[in-house]
Design a protein around this ligand. Structure first.
Ligand code: PLP
Length: 380
């Protein structure tokens, strides 16, 4: 927390707005919309809820298909199933680790052939990086398919100076506890389409028709954010830019400390992108990368340092075992499968000290030293 959260929470208590309505909620939505440069925002209970609402507003339903990044957290795709549709997964591009424009293009050519165009594309911006939104938007506009940007991990990231989440028809953000700013749990749906946002607001509050009694003609949800949590969100938004700077500094400390190890490759950043570096992520580039990654996980665990593998691609999840997948290069190994095998997320909290980062690097270097030396001996 940044310091002013208690103040705003107290305001909510004093004014007795302890409900999913109130002045903090209105302020928070306006401030997010202003920060991003979009016309409107709707604060909801989670990022997942925001994706669900976007799909509902776009009229996605039973029998439809939706294209979605494969290299992501399951929450990007679960809402596709909530509305009875089926995902088709798209590989990552090695230049961005995010949606491959080449694979997206091929999937749409196939869809045209079979006469069954997808109803929407969900493009995810992972770990604070961004997909090549110029290419992605060009392709989707050519086929007239609406885009939902899952920007849950990329609040504050820009592409040619424009904020992530503002390129598609809808942008989605998350304020879950692990994100760059948090309301403990929460999310935001943003758009320049204010009519669509009004519909989403209606659906998010149980879809109550205009009448003095309780009347309903559509299935709605209880998805609105509480005014208390919106107070936390306002205080967090005040420190967002500082957090982005901290996370970028943490990233640069890691890259400087490990610069002599060409086996450690950091997540790339497209030249148009300024990443919020939500997490510093690496892949191990070595003949024995599997063994190094396993040893890194083990040694970090023993040193009480939390590291995790990169996202397991969704097309490899048992939940989605029967779904279609388009790889970046036809016939080649999927980029996201390779990233999953060779990748790790490093500790990246905004308040991490240089000493703490050095402790992480020491473990990484000792693992590399032992395995790389060993394999150099066995090769000679
Ligand atoms: C966190 C996250 C979500 C879901 O957000 P919640 O607020 O936890 O529902 C969706 N997509 C991605 C990529 C995420 O990291």
């Amino acid at each position: 927390m940044s310091g002013r959260e208690q103040l705003y929470i107290a305001e909510a208590f004093e004014s007795n707005w302890i409900a999913p309505v109130g002045p903090h909620l209105t302020d928070f939505e306006k401030q997010i919309a202003t920060y991003l440069g979009v016309d409107g925002a709707l604060a909801v209970s989670s990022g997942t809820a925001a994706i669900h609402l976007a799909l509902r507003i776009l009229g996605v339903g039973a029998g439809d298909t939706v294209l979605c990044s494969s290299f992501t957290f399951v929450a990007s795709a679960n809402p596709i199933r909530y509305v009875g549709a089926e995902p088709i997964f798209i590989d990552a591009d090695p230049e961005s680790w995010n949606m491959s424009p080449a694979a997206l293009q091929r999937s749409l050519e196939d869809a045209i052939q079979s006469g069954n165009l997808p109803k929407a594309v969900i493009v995810v911006h992972l770990y604070g990086g961004m997909a090549d939104m110029k290419k992605i938007m060009d392709i989707c506009n050519r086929y007239n398919i609406p885009v939902i940007e899952d920007a849950a991990e990329s609040l504050g990231t820009t592409f040619e100076g424009r904020q992530s989440g503002t390129f598609g028809h809808f942008g989605v953000f998350s304020f879950n506890g692990n994100k760059i700013i948090t309301t403990s749990s929460g999310g935001m749906l943003v758009s320049n389409d204010l009519v669509a946002l009004d519909k989403a607001r209606f659906l998010s509050t149980q879809a109550r028709d205009e009448a003095t009694h309780y009347q309903h003609s559509q299935t709605g949800y209880n998805y609105r954010m509480s005014n208390v949590l919106a107070g936390i969100g306002k205080a967090q938004l005040e420190v967002l830019d500082n957090r982005v700077e901290s996370r970028r500094t943490i990233f640069h400390t890691y890259t400087d400390s490990l610069s002599s190890w060409e086996e450690i490759v950091f997540m790339p950043e497209l030249s148009e992108v300024r990443s919020n570096r939500w997490l510093t992520t690496i892949t191990v580039d070595h003949l024995e990368s599997d063994r190094i990654v396993q040893q890194l996980l083990k040694s970090m665990f023993e040193a009480n340092i939390e590291v995790r593998p990169l996202w397991k691609p969704l097309h490899l999840q048992p939940l989605f075992s029967s779904t279609k997948f388009y790889s970046h290069e036809e016939g080649a190994e999927a980029v996201c499968e390779d990233l999953f095998k060779k990748g790790l997320c490093l500790p990246s909290g905004s308040n991490m000290s240089v000493v703490e980062q050095q402790r992480v690097c020491t473990v990484i270097e000792s693992v590399l030293q032992s395995i790389c030396k060993e394999s150099a001996i066995s090769i000679s």
